[in-house]
Design a binder for this molecule. Structure first.
Ligand code: 9MR
Length: 316
């Protein structure tokens, strides 16, 4: 297991007289306490949020992240389809900007994601030759991980690779290579940046004894026994029983953001020692991919919602 490096958000207003400083911090944070600092205070590693280049340019996103969160995930710009829509021609600009901003602002980065069946370039979808696909995966993983080596804390090396029954999902990767693509991707990621914590990421993993959860635990167990360097799984007790160093909640959003549900998730992470971190899938409701469901911790005007305050209460 990698050591957990807990980074506190940089002080916002250190140079101002204390009263003004407080008022200004409150204005930028819009909430009395940083949820990241409270979570770190409870022994965890980080509380982060998904964002992206365009969002960071639209205030108050950046100020809110600096003041309340300790980690960012690229919502879209680090996906293969964004980076290399045309074979061999890379578009690094937006992904670079997020990483540069994060490093400059004391935020950890979760790299999302290297191998996913969705938002995948057409030219990759069309590959039918096993040796060609192996080479293309090796090249994508080493190029991307290599570019950001030392600056990305977690990588979601493979994303959503399981069907609901716990078997491998149908994709160009599983059709052409079977399980082998998992091994290739993790091994190349480990070789390229030994300091990154390597995750297998998925959704619908929040019920015990569910097919997909059982499949995840037994496949990860098998792969780790075969030497595949998987460090973490995204969500919780049953998953934490797989032989990985840690688990994390990586894309949290809950329709209508009920106080009870958000606090239950945070409590679940507190209860499971291996759970190191939580990332919410966006900052303000207006920018959520679940439009109209108001699933995040800040409302359309970037005011903290009751779920935010309830989490702070729980952590204090
Ligand atoms: O939030 C992302 C949205 O803007 C994109 O349109 C969508 C494309 O599939 O991906 C969303 O993020 C997904 C994440 O990358 C993987 N898990 C599910 C997330 C929500 O769909």
């Amino acid at each position: 297991m990698k050591s957990a490096l807990a980074l506190l958000a940089a002080p916002l207003v250190a140079a101002l007289p204390s009263d003004m400083g407080k008022a200004s911090a409150l204005k930028q944070r819009q909430a009395p306490v940083s949820i990241h600092e409270a979570f770190v205070g409870a022994g965890k590693e980080f509380f982060g949020a998904a964002t992206d280049q365009g969002l960071l340019q639209r205030e108050p996103n950046a100020a809110i992240i600096r003041a309340n969160f300790g980690q960012v995930t690229h919502e879209n710009s680090m996906k293969w389809g964004s980076l290399e829509a045309n074979r061999g021609s890379y578009n690094w600009g937006p992904a670079d900007e997020v990483v540069d901003w994060a490093v400059a602002n004391g935020q950890l980065v979760r790299g999302h994601t290297l191998i996913w069946h969705s938002q995948l370039p057409q030219w990759v979808e069309g590959i039918t030759d096993a040796e060609e696909l192996r080479e293309v995966i090796r090249n994508h993983v080493s190029t991307t991980v290599g570019r950001y080596a030392g600056r990305i804390h977690h990588w979601d090396v493979v994303n959503e690779i399981l069907a609901e029954d716990g078997s491998l999902r149908d994709s160009v990767f599983s059709r052409v290579l079977g399980e082998e693509f998992v091994k290739i991707a993790f091994e190349v990621a480990r070789e390229t940046d030994p300091s990154a914590v390597l995750y297998i990421n998925d959704y619908n993993l929040d019920q015990a004894n569910y097919g997909k959860v059982n499949g995840m635990v037994s496949l990860v167990q098998k792969w780790v026994n075969e030497g595949v360097p998987i460090d973490g799984i995204a969500a919780l007790e049953q998953l934490a029983s797989a032989p990985v160093g840690e688990v994390a909640i990586t894309e949290l959003d809950i329709a209508q953001a009920p106080v009870e549900d958000y606090t239950a998730v945070v409590q679940a992470c507190l209860n499971v020692e291996k759970c190191t971190a939580i990332t919410v899938w966006g900052v303000g409701d207006a920018d959520s991919w679940r439009r109209g469901e108001d699933p995040l911790l800040f409302d359309n005007n970037f005011n903290p919602k009751p779920a935010y305050d309830a989490i702070i209460d729980l952590l204090s």
